[in-house]
Ligand binder design. Structure first.
Ligand SMILES: Cc1ncc(COP(=O)(O)O)c(C=O)c1O
Length: 496
């Protein structure tokens, strides 16, 4: 019976024998010691070998089947579900990867002057509302004097939290004051959620691909990261369901609107199914809403938080960096009551509080309504570039390149034909003064070499065409080289 020979069950362990057996077989599967579609030993044979009742084996197989780890063929037996080896490798891979702290550094792309920058998803400083914010800052200083420089309470400046309640109502989120926590940017929000919720070895499920900063934060907590493929209308629900059953994650980290890096938006149906699934399995969601305000063509940019009517599942993390000013380091989160204290402690141990001066200025900026005008202005600016980008991608990008049409946001995601390397594309484009983000950065194991992301946040609409022509021509050349059979085997080296 090979791998099954090592299984030992103990009657005096205080745990049912079938549970012990189920755990032992699960471990064999997760460790990759059984093959896809490998037949498990017949019930009677295994029962005899382990000196237990047939029912013990039947029950153990039944739980494995419920978790999707095995499947039954009527009249034939029980088999290991395919794809599980991939999960097992993922699990081990991540565990081995815990120390790779250079990850975030690799995400830093050096941008030269005059470069066409499709790599950064950061808005151009020319768009920042400096004049209006200066006025708000002056008002705070005239009004509050030195108090503006006191330590602010860790949960955040009360009037700002009140203003945010009104702000989120426009997005059908009905928060109460206690649920709102001010954070020094969404990155900190993700990080304190990880700190508050995760213990070493806990599992987090993320989309594949996902946001590099979140992956780095979960890794730093010693979490196991399991990824689930994104389809055109959002995460693959069947795979998610299976992995939830197998890995029992602490939470899902999701970006349901204009996802980073793919630009994909989840269908309403999928958003609702995810809420149902998480309710059923009692799993939390960390929703990263970094961009839902930049909706150009989507019919539904509802957040998961707006569907979490009882405020029990979703920790909603809101960034202002893409639509406002990233250097302010200001955002907020809305959490279910069960997390209030944990998040507050995590926030306090991170930086005590977010700058009181900036929170006060933001509150004035919000309550005066200047904010709305600015979002409208940013929306118009981005939509201009977005439309120019779409037009030029359609016009110039080689047909062999797969491309996801986003309906808003700032990111465009591409898949190169087989044999064409995104690292090559990145390196060649940089020499021609065009920066792109190679796809490997956005995957847990960073072993992707087929994808790349172009962002419109840092480009002018009148440089888009030139940039897309350069990228398209490089890809054409790379395809030609590949077709001539001259592609050299890639040697991996850090690129950023
Ligand atoms: C998806 C996503 N979440 C969070 C962040 C971090 O945002 P903040 O600047 O608010 O910390 C970013 C920044 O690029 C992002 O792309």
């Amino acid at each position: 019976m090979g791998s099954f020979d090592g299984i030992k069950l103990y009657k005096d362990k205080g745990e049912h024998l079938y549970v012990q057996l189920y755990k032992a077989i699960k471990e064999l599967i997760v460790k990759g010691e059984l093959n896809n579609d490998e037949k498990l030993p017949p019930i009677r044979k295994l029962a005899k070998k382990l000196k237990v009742n047939n029912v013990t084996v039947v029950n153990a197989y039944h739980i494995l089947e419920q978790e999707g780890l095995v499947y039954k063929k009527i009249g034939s037996g029980t088999y290991v579900s395919p794809d599980l080896l991939a999960y097992a490798y993922e699990e081990r891979g991540v565990s081995n990867n815990l120390g790779s702290l250079s990850f975030i550094e690799q995400g830093q792309i050096q941008i030269q002057k005059n470069m066409i920058n499709f790599a950064s998803a950061t808005p151009m400083s020319e768009l920042f509302p400096v004049g209006d914010f200066k006025q708000a800052l002056n008002e705070v200083l005239d009004r509050d004097g030195g108090h503006a420089f006191d330590y602010q309470e860790s949960r955040g400046y009360f009037p700002l939290r009140k203003a945010l309640i009104e702000y989120v109502e426009e997005y059908n989120i009905f928060a109460n004051i206690d649920s709102i926590q001010i954070i020094s940017g969404a990155q900190q929000g993700i990080d304190i959620a990880a700190k508050a919720l995760l213990n070493y070895d806990d599992v987090v499920i993320i989309e594949s691909p996902s946001y590099t900063g979140a992956i780095a934060s979960f890794k730093s907590r010693g979490a196991k990261i399991i990824d689930v493929k994104l389809l055109d209308d959002g995460i693959d629900i069947e795979d998610l369901d299976k992995k939830i059953r197998i890995f029992k994650p602490k939470f899902l980290y999701l970006m349901p609107n204009f996802q980073n890096p793919t630009g994909i938006s989840y269908s309403r149906d999928k958003k609702e199914k995810i809420i149902e699934l998480c309710k059923q399995h009692k799993i939390y969601i960390v929703e990263d809403d970094y961009l839902s305000d930049l909706n150009f063509y989507s019919k539904d940019n509802a957040t998961l938080k707006s569907l979490d009517i009882n405020n029990e599942l979703v920790i909603y993390v809101k960034s202002f960096s893409k639509i406002f000013m990233p250097g302010l380091r200001l955002g907020f989160l809305i959490a279910p009551p069960i997390f209030y204290e944990h998040l507050l402690l995590a926030k306090h141990s991170s930086d005590i509080s977010t700058s009181g001066l900036l929170q006060r200025a933001l509150e004035i900026y919000f309550t005066k309504g200047t904010w709305k005008d600015h979002i409208e202005y940013m929306g118009e600016k981005y939509k201009d570039v977005f439309d120019v980008m779409l037009k030029n991608i359609k016009k110039y990008m080689p047909s062999q390149v797969d491309f996801i049409y986003p309906q808003g946001g700032v990111n465009f995601w591409f898949k190169l034909p087989k044999g064409v390397s995104s690292k090559n594309l990145y390196e060649t484009a940089i020499k021609k003064n065009v920066a792109i983000a190679p796809g490997n950065l956005f995957f847990v194991h960073q072993n992707d070499d087929r994808h790349f992301r172009l962002s419109i946040a840092s480009v002018d609409s009148d440089e888009v065409e030139h940039g897309i022509i350069i990228i398209s021509n490089i890809i054409r050349d790379l395809i030609e080289v590949k077709n001539d059979g001259e592609v050299k085997e890639e040697v991996y080296r850090p690129i950023l």
